[in-house]
Design a protein around this ligand. Structure first.
Ligand code: FE
Length: 338
C-alpha cells in the first residue's frame, strides 16, 4: 500500500473511533406515517437516538423480515391487530421483549403470552346503529345479530380482513368452533349486501340508509367525528354506538402493537423506544391523534372516545386471536362470508 493511502486510512479510522457511534433504531411499520412520525421525532429529540422509518403493508413487512433473515436492518416491527403480530411471531422474525416497564404498564391480556410483542394502543369493535331506525333495547350481543329481526340490515366488511378474523377468533374462544360457524352463517344471512369496502365504508353505508347496523373499529368512528368534512361529521351524528356482550365476556378489543425483530442489532435502543411509546405523553398523543384507547391504565382517552362511554372489554389474552386465526378463516369461508 502506498504510504499516502495508508496514512489517510489510519487518520480516517482514528477519526471514526474518536466520534461516538450514532445510536439508531430502524422500524418497519404499517401505520400511516402521520400516526407515528411526530412521536418518533420527539423520541430522537429526547434521547439522541436516530430513528429510521420504513412504512409498508402489514403482511408484506413480515414477508420482508423473513426474506431478509439475520441480515435485516430492522429492529422493530409495528403493526395492527394481534392476529398479525402472532403471524410475525410464528414466522420466527421476532425475539422476546424483556422489559419490566412493559410488564408493569401493559395489562397481560394485551401482550403476547410469550412476550414476543406488546400492545401500544387499543381499539374496540362495537356495533354502530342508525339512530331512529334502531333502539338500544333491540341490541344485546354479537351473537344476537343472527336473529331474523336483522335480515338485510347489517353491513360488515369482508372476511379477508384481519379485524373480522380476530372477532371470530375471539368468539371461537368463548363459544367454540361450531357455534361460531353458526354465527357466521347467520350473520351472512342478515347482511344488507355482499361485503365491500373498509370499516369507514360500512359506517357511511349505514348513514346513507343501506343498512341499520355496521360493525367497525372505534377509531374509524372517531375519525368521522373529528373530521374537517361536514359530511363525515353528519355520518357520525346519525350513528349510535352499542357495546355488545356487556352481560358476558365483553366487547371485542384488539391492539396495534410493537415487537423487537430477531435480527435487531440495537435491542437496548429498541426497548427504550417501546418504553417511550408507553409513556403517558405518547399514549395521550396516540389517543388524540388516532382515537385509540391507551393501553396504559390511568391515561385519559380522547374526547371522541370518552363520549362513547365506558364499556367492559373482552379480557381474553389476545394471543388467542392468533392461535384461532386459521380456524376462524376456514369457518368464515364455509359460512359463505365473502
Ligand atoms: Fe384499521
Amino acid at each position: 500500500m502506498k504510504q499516502a493511502t495508508k496514512k489517510l486510512l489510519t487518520t480516517g479510522l482514528l477519526a471514526l473511533t474518536a466520534t461516538p457511534l450514532l445510536a439508531e433504531v430502524n422500524i418497519y411499520s404499517s401505520r400511516q406515517e402521520g400516526l407515528i412520525k411526530p412521536l418518533l421525532d420527539k423520541f430522537t429529540e429526547q434521547t439522541g437516538i436516530e430513528v429510521n422509518l420504513v412504512s409498508g403493508k402489514d403482511d408484506a413487512l413480515i414477508t420482508r423480515l423473513s426474506t431478509e433473515g439475520k441480515r435485516s436492518p430492522a429492529d422493530l416491527l409495528i403493526t395492527a391487530d394481534a392476529g398479525r403480530l402472532y403471524r410475525a411471531k410464528e414466522a420466527n422474525v421476532l425475539q422476546p421483549l424483556k422489559s419490566d416497564v412493559v410488564d408493569a404498564k401493559v395489562p397481560a391480556n394485551l401482550r403476547d403470552s410469550d412476550d414476543f410483542w406488546t400492545g401500544l394502543t387499543m381499539r374496540a369493535r362495537p356495533i354502530f346503529y342508525v339512530k331512529g331506525n334502531v333502539t338500544e333495547d333491540e341490541l344485546s350481543t354479537y351473537e344476537a345479530l343472527t336473529d331474523a329481526h336483522w335480515k338485510g340490515r347489517i353491513c360488515i366488511r369482508s372476511s379477508s380482513n384481519i379485524y373480522n378474523q380476530s372477532l371470530i377468533a375471539s368468539m371461537i374462544d368463548a363459544n367454540g368452533e361450531n357455534a361460531s360457524e353458526e354465527f357466521a352463517k347467520g350473520l351472512v344471512a342478515n347482511m344488507a349486501r355482499p361485503p365491500s369496502g373498509g370499516d369507514t365504508d360500512q359506517l357511511k353505508a349505514a348513514a346513507a340508509g343501506l343498512c341499520d347496523i355496521a360493525i367497525a373499529n372505534t377509531y374509524y368512528y372517531g375519525r368521522l367525528v373529528n373530521s374537517d368534512s361536514a359530511a363525515d361529521n353528519e355520518v357520525a351524528a346519525k350513528l349510535g354506538v352499542f357495546w355488545p356482550n356487556q352481560g358476558d365476556r365483553g366487547t371485542h378489543v384488539n391492539v396495534s402493537g410493537i415487537a423487537i425483530t430477531k435480527a435487531s442489532k440495537n435491542v437496548e435502543e429498541s426497548k427504550q423506544l417501546i418504553e417511550f411509546m408507553l409513556s403517558t405523553e405518547s399514549q395521550q398523543w396516540y389517543s388524540e391523534v388516532n382515537n385509540e384507547y391507551p393501553v396504559v391504565a390511568g391515561v385519559d382517552a380522547s374526547n371522541a372516545l370518552t363520549n362513547l362511554g365506558e364499556f367492559k372489554a373482552d379480557a381474553v389474552n389476545l394471543t388467542v386471536l392468533g392461535v384461532n386465526n386459521e380456524a376462524a378463516v376456514k369457518l368464515m369461508d364455509r359460512a359463505g362470508w365473502k
